[in-house]
Design a protein around this ligand. Structure first.
Ligand code: ZN
Length: 276
């Protein structure tokens, strides 16, 4: 394991190897099907640099747990804050079926809300950068929240455009997950559980499906022709039950696929009954 207080800048190859080993163990323990993809996490070192710890497999909270053990909390309080934020976001994803997360190479934490890209959260070495696609309704709400942080001196506005950039200081990173915790999830009813099986995919299953979808170049799994890719920055996606839940399909990793909105609507329209 990494030495307590080790500079991640020098220790990066070791951390990377340890992270891979750790995540491989998680894969063995929890099953391969759920964790098929490459992921990474931006990590604040105890020095001034930001390093990217590579994981071959892993859920967000597992990556966060590993980093928590590998990097000195005492010497890198900002790292600790990022980890806490990631864990909180992971919990949000589990409790709110409308929110799906993705952590990938060269990126930060992406937040998809109701199938639409909402925000990219990128830990940097003196602040967290939050990019918001503010043309959507949820984006406008998030922008309003970030403005309130600016008014309180907890964040700075950087740039406007199709995507607005904000900077949040280390001490206020928790505000990000706190915001997502306030968002309303799906109103689940008793009818959404059949024979003990829930209708909605768990956060971990959605997260893994989104990661696999991106790794496979974002080809839509729908039947509409010609075969097409999905632009996650512009198009809405749907997490579809391959065998519809209404026809006995479960909500496990083996029965999920990502569709573009058009193919999802098409499938719902052609299936008898509720195909969701
Ligand atoms: Zn499609």
């Amino acid at each position: 394991m990494g030495e307590s207080g080790a500079d991640l800048g020098n220790a990066a190859p070791l951390i990377r190897a340890e992270l891979k080993a750790h995540v491989s163990r998680c894969v063995e323990a929890e099953g391969k099907a759920l964790f098929p993809g490459p992921k990474s996490l931006m990590v604040r070192s105890s020095g001034a640099r930001v390093e990217r710890a590579m994981a071959v497999y892993g859920k967000i909270h597992q990556v966060a747990d590993f980093v928590a053990r590998s990097v000195s909390k005492g010497k890198a309080p900002f790292t600790h804050e990022i980890i806490e934020m990631l864990k909180a976001m992971s919990a949000v994803q589990e409790s709110n079926a409308l929110i799906t997360l993705a952590v990938q190479t060269g990126d930060g934490l992406r937040v998809v809300y109701e199938g639409l890209f909402l925000s990219l959260i990128v830990p940097q070495h003196k602040h967290v950068r939050v990019l918001v696609r503010s043309v959507t309704e949820e984006g406008k709400k998030l922008r309003k929240f970030l403005k309130s942080l600016v008014n309180n001196g907890q964040a700075a506005f950087v740039e406007s455009g199709d995507y607005d950039y904000w900077r949040i200081s280390p001490g206020n990173v928790k505000a990000i997950s706190s915001y997502f915790e306030t968002l309303t999830g799906l109103a689940k009813t008793e009818e959404d559980v059949r024979g003990g099986h829930p209708r909605y995919f768990s956060g971990a299953v959605r997260e893994a499906a989104l990661a696999e979808f991106e790794r496979n170049k974002k080809w839509c799994a729908g039947v509409n022709r010609p075969r097409h890719k999905v632009d996650l920055r512009e198009d809405r996606i749907a997490f579809d039950h391959i065998l519809p839940w209404s026809r006995g399909g479960g909500s496990s990793a083996s029965n999920i696929q990502v569709l573009c909105e058009a193919c999802d609507l098409q499938k719902r329209a052609t299936a008898s009954g509720n195909a969701a």
